[in-house]
Design a protein around this ligand. Sequence first.
Ligand code: NAI
Ligand code: MG
Length: 491
Amino acid sequence: MTAHPFLDGTVKPLFIDGQWRPARSGDSFESIDPSTGHVLTRVARGDAADIDDAVAAARRAFDSEWQSWKPFDRQALMLDVAAAIDRRFEDLARLESMDMGAPLARTLSFRRWIQQTFRYYAAQALSIRGDVLSNSAPGDYLSYSLKLPLGVVGAIIPWNGPLITQLWSICPVLATGCTLVLKPAEEAPLSTLMMAEILHEAGVPKGVINVVPGPGPTAGAALAAHRDVDKIAFTGSTLTGRKIIEASATNMKRVAVELGGKSPDIVFADADLELAARGAAMACFNNSGQVCYAGTRLFVERSIYADFVEKVAEVGRSLKVGPSLDPQTQLGPLASSMQLEKVTGYFDIARADGARIVSGGERLGGDLADGFFVSPTVLADVDNSMRVAREEIFGPVIAAIPFDSEAEVVAMANDTTYGLGSGIWTQNLGRAHRVARSLRAGMTWTNCYAVTDPGVTMTGARQSGYGVKGGPWHLDEYLLNKTVWMNIAGE
Ligand code: NAI
Ligand code: MG
């Protein structure tokens, strides 16, 4: 068993109202290291009763003197939190790697991103502002808008990168003066619990951030349906996202849903093919394919199809797959045994549907047999109607599809229910802009993939969901844009 200061052999409790406490039911569940299949620790299993407690604590905190914190106070708090995270960052990254399997090289690389995210939102805390709106109503009225914190926010996050995903609710909550009940995924709750400890120690008032791990169908569903929650921010599968939207109808709470994808990555024959091959491979293989905007449908112009697909497969073969804590590892395991079953199931589906496995396509054995490892996989001779081209696999599996013309590839790329990421590789400037505009997706990367920055908006289209993260408009989703009318008429 690998030692970690946060894992002391006791059941990790819930964090509610500034205190650590067991679940009301007394139940707990196992958190597994996907590199070894071993239990890392047990975690208190929150359910509806604990969610009630957490929402009540968040409501009390919202109604408390937290409201009187000035923008500069909230900014100073966020910068203190950022510094506190930095002091314990290596432990935090290691815990995330142990819990969900991302290689240490990946989780350690989040350091800069996390610091910049806190600093970006800390800056935004100072620039929340309403407007004076002119009006022509008969009489003499002053009308203006106030941006007020929305209230209690519920966030439900998945297991593929909780260290990052949790910040998309923590930072806007702290910047605006909302409060939060955060429910991490059963598969990887530990970095979120450790973050709660850091936030608390850095001075976040009690009840402002509460963390309740527990199952989606009980704890998650209770949060989504809760009548005293003003907004839900959900990240996860499209199937569950639909349930969240339905549950939100109990009290018409605001909803933002960032869901799945089957993102197209398009390589034209005129592209810089070395750059494109590496880029297209990592667009999907990063984090073992467990990324919402992973470029999983690789469209390649027919004249270069065979050679290019082989190049991408070669990148896949060269990647070092291994345990998350091994510093040499480039791709870790899948995050859970369920995910392993799902991904290997798609290898069978691919074969049955007539796709050709160019590389990978198997579970890894030997030293890795106890973990949930698969090899980076490239499927050729895929048709856009095959299941491997339509369904989100959420593993390191590229489906390579040939195309003959720009019009044809745009149509095929858009022939999906999703619309999250997309990529274009070409040196033709006009084509790059034209295709970028035509792709029905929230994000398009050209001659790169998956570049992100806290100051630049991420969003989805179609069944990849709605709402934005990052950039100048994210805070609006945590604010009530209230109108005030004042009769200022004289005698
Ligand atoms: P999921 O969407 O069910 O889980 C995400 C979060 O939602 C977890 O915290 C879970 O506990 C919670 N949840 C589940 N059911 C809920 C409900 N009824 N009400 C409220 N919250 C609920 O995804 P899951 O089952 O972990 O993975 C299944 C597939 O979903 C994956 O194989 C992948 O294809 C996709 N997925 C996509 C993600 C993305 O970012 N695009 C992230 C995670 C999963
Ligand atoms: Mg785990």
